[in-house]
Design a protein around this ligand. Sequence first.
Ligand SMILES: [Zn+2]
Length: 250
Amino acid sequence: MLLSTMYHHINCDQFSNDLESFEQHLTYVVDRFDIVVPGDTLSKKKDNLCLTFDDAYFDFYYYVFPLLKKYQIKVILAVPTALISDSTDLTPYLRMSLNHKEIYQEKNYQKYGSFCTWDELREMQDSGFVVMASHSHTHKDLTGKNINLQEEIVASKRILEEKMQTEIESFILPFGRYDYNSFTLLQKHYRYIFKVGQGVNYDFRGVRGLIYRIDGDELEDDRSIFSFRSILGYRIKSLAKTLHDGILDR
Ligand SMILES: [Zn+2]
């Protein structure tokens, strides 16, 4: 079995975990699961877990990256390529001073350096502990009106590959949303497509071509999202999705 979790911020007001409880959670998952990224051989003895972080906020670089080195684990980072700048001279304090909503208001993230820079992304990739995924170009809902799917799906991959000098195989759906057109284009360009969805996967082929992720933000404790009862719920959800054949309702 393959589980995947989704996280956003550390020490922010929303979509976040505080650092101390997140580290506790991490020590629990390292013990209980085999931590994997796409392409890894899955363990048969233990359940497998793929940890994913969305949006590449600077707090990932500041708080999570050191933990990955400490516990020697690999994770996926979902990068919206239009929101990344080359470098910044701002202090970490300033870069993490906005709350989640403020980051996006009037493009404050540009002024405050709220996202990782390309330099930081390269440093993390070079460490071997962070694998980059495209999270579209402008982080828009791919099913919205006037969406340029070529730019969001194809150009974001090309930009990321040029900046990172490596092949990008994974795409993480912004807001977990897709339709027939976007899904068809995604399947042409990516081997692994992740969404939110509180489901389990058998392996990296996912459920009907989508890897389901469990929401790991605002954790109540270090393990309850992996309780027997929770996992039973994820299994039922995935089974229902497997049996359902409506392509627009994946
Ligand atoms: Zn996102």
